[in-house]
Design a protein around this ligand. Structure first.
Ligand code: UTP
Ligand code: MG
Length: 609
């Protein structure tokens, strides 16, 4: 694993203020929504506290004085305020939802955009699952933080503040008692929440390990039995489940303890209030309704305090998610355009490798001092043993990777001086395992040139020989190909990829020829398709088929990152080296196949005739 890669659980919880700041920066673009949200939440909280105040009025002005008119007046006020408050609640919950959605959308777009710029090397060292988890789980958590975290914390703070204000309005001495007790309550609540969350997370982690262990033991049951591993495995299993039980037990204990403790602390506060109002104030300066309202405020305040505690405890996890997202967004692409990168207009296919050295992450040399000059229009076939470096040469040519030493020239320019778009938009590549996107055949052919007309698409398909099988489909060009093209055969996918390459009209054509066995008819179709594309273009073909190789202008034998032989088919045969060996081996294999078929199945052959 590379050093810039960290797991979910490696996070220490040390969240820098920078992350919060960046989340706020994302929110700042939607400041109108944020402002609307805060204003409505303040209105709603004030009304909330006001209701309790009204209940004081009901007792003091209405019930105790026996004034029915006053009672009705207060009740009407109550009802109209409820309507206003309901509208307020709707507004802020809606606004928070919209903001969360905006942040999720912004983050996903930001990630997608950035992921597209990252170089292939990043993808080869970062597991796809890790990236997907950033895009889905982490954006989800941050969106949640923005929606519910924002609602709960703003609601909590504003509620506590307004309640306190009303308390001060009723009696400031009593309010001071409450004020003193609030930090203690919040602190206790946060501590509890954190500890509970830690245990819950531990349970979850062990649980996923146990699931994996179940999975392995059951699917590998034959090996387990054969090697007599039952007792050993059971021991490991017991250890894990024991640990999980302890964590679950602690979580249950803490959860059970939480409410009683909060109760006790607030009971002390309530006791203090009653004692103070009785003994010190002697119930002077405070009405009965006032004391009642005061105690209600006290109880009401428990909810926002708990909400705040929960948000604080859970916020760490969301901030950790945000930190991972920003970390990914901050990873610079290894291959980037230079500030003054140029687009020469055409790359003409005049390509030179000059003392090119290359290695992947592990620093094992893969390409060693490669020198090659390719003239425009030339067809180069690359052959050689597996792992020799053929695909790597193609990767370098497409500038998916850059040479570690030496340089590649396109025309007279070092290709790192050109813009990536200038190079990559003029190179057409058909990969060894062709990739189609879910959608229709038409969409897949037009992938590199979305503006292509139907006639152009069909022309490309006809040129590469794909038209015939496409027209056999019920929906023709509008036939869906399934995810990754699963509904098509390998040969069909290859033909569609060829049509796609033709349509994008590249100046340089590259094909990593498939070794997979397609039937001879498809093979000759592919062959014809390739020839149609290679016409007048510089082409690099990583060839496994003799027919392709023979027609190349030059054949390069790549072994161990170097060109060991170079020349035409005839020249290399005369050399009697590696190429000769490859050629004769393949030729012999084909001849033996034919011989065996003929020897084993002569009857079938005659019967079918
Ligand atoms: P290539 O992928 O260039 O070999 O890998 P090739 O000639 O095309 O092989 P075939 O014919 O398709 O099978 C060259 C070397 O680079 C390493 C491989 O392990 C191989 O030894 N390599 C390749 C990496 O280390 N990292 C990569 O991402 C790709
Ligand atoms: Mg390869």
């Amino acid at each position: 694993m590379p050093s810039d890669y960290f797991e979910e659980d490696d996070f220490t919880g040390e969240v820098s203020g920078g992350v919060l700041k960046r989340i706020f920066e994302l929110l700042r673009q939607h400041w109108v929504w944020v402002a609307g949200f805060i204003v409505t939440i303040i209105i709603v909280s004030i009304l909330d506290a006001y209701f309790t105040f009204l209940s004081k009025e009901i007792i003091d002005q209405g019930i105790l004085k026996g004034d029915v008119d006053a009672l009705v007046r207060i009740l009407i006020r109550y009802a109209s305020m409820i309507l206003v408050q309901s509208a307020g609640i709707f507004t802020f919950v809606f606004l928070a939802g919209v903001m969360g959605e905006r942040v999720r959308y912004d983050m996903r777009r930001m990630l997608f955009n950035h992921l597209q710029t990252l170089s292939l090397s990043y993808y080869s060292r970062t597991p796809v699952g890790w990236i997907m988890s950033r895009v889905t789980n982490d954006t989800e958590r941050v969106a949640e933080l923005v929606t519910w975290g924002l609602i709960d914390s703003t609601w909590g703070v504003v509620n506590i503040a307004t309640t306190l204000a009303f308390m001060f309005a009723i009696n400031w001495q009593l309010a001071l008692i409450v004020l003193a007790i609030i930090p203690v309550l919040i602190y206790a609540a946060v501590q509890f929440r954190k500890r509970i969350l830690k245990q819950v997370r531990k349970v979850r982690k062990i649980n996923s390990r146990i699931t994996a262990s179940y999975n392995e033991n059951i699917s590998g049951v034959r090996v387990v039995k054969a090697l007599g591993r039952e007792d050993g495995n059971l021991g490991e299993f017991k250890l894990e489940t024991g640990e999980m039980y302890t964590a679950g037990y602690r979580a249950a204990w803490l959860s059970a303890l939480f409410l009683p403790i909060v109760q006790i602390i607030s009971a002390f506060a309530i006791g203090g209030i009653i004692w103070y109002s009785g003994a010190q104030v002697n119930f002077e300066g405070i009405t009965i309704g006032g004391i009642q309202a005061f105690l209600s405020y006290m109880t009401f305040m428990m909810w926002p305090i708990q909400d705040l505690a929960r948000v604080f405890a859970e916020m760490q996890r969301s901030l950790a998610s945000a930190e991972r997202i920003f970390h990914l967004v901050d990873t610079p692409p290894e291959i980037q355009n230079k500030p003054n990168a140029i687009d020469p207009g055409s790359i003409r296919g005049d390509i030179t490798f000059e003392h090119v050295h290359f290695w992947y992450e592990d620093e094992m040399p893969v390409i060693k001092d490669l020198n090659l000059h390719v003239k425009p229009g030339e067809t180069i076939a690359l052959v050689g043993s597996t792992g020799g470096g053929k695909t790597t040469i193609v990767n370098l040519l497409c500038r998916f990777y850059e040479p570690r030493r030496g340089r590649i020239l396109i025309g007279r320019n070092d290709y790192t001086d050109l813009s990536l778009e200038a190079i990559q938009s003029r190179i057409g590549v058909v990969l060894q395992t062709p990739h189609l996107f879910s959608g229709t055949i038409r969409e897949n052919i037009a992938y590199g040139r979305l503006k292509a007309t139907n006639e152009e698409i069909e022309k490309a398909a006809k040129l590469t020989g794909a038209h015939k099988f496409i027209s056999h489909f019920e929906k023709g060009y509008d036939e869906p190909v399934g995810e990754g093209g699963v509904l098509l055969s390998v040969g069909q996918k290859q033909l569609i990829s060829l049509a796609r390459a033709v349509l994008s009209d590249p100046e340089v054509f590259i094909m990593d020829e498939a070794t997979s066995s397609v039937d001879t008819i498809t093979e000759s179709l592919i062959q014809d398709g390739m020839e149609a594309i290679m016409q007048g273009r510089t082409s690099f073909i990583i060839a496994h088929r003799l027919s392709t190789i023979k027609r190349a202008d030059r054949i390069l034998v790549i072994e161990d990152g170097q060109i060991t032989e170079m020349g035409s088919h005839a020249e290399l045969l005369r050399l009697q080296g590696k190429y000769y060996k490859l050629y004769t081996q393949q030729f012999r294999a084909e001849r033996e196949d034919a011989y065996n078929i003929f020897k084993e199945e002569p009857k079938v052959a005659t019967e079918t005739e």
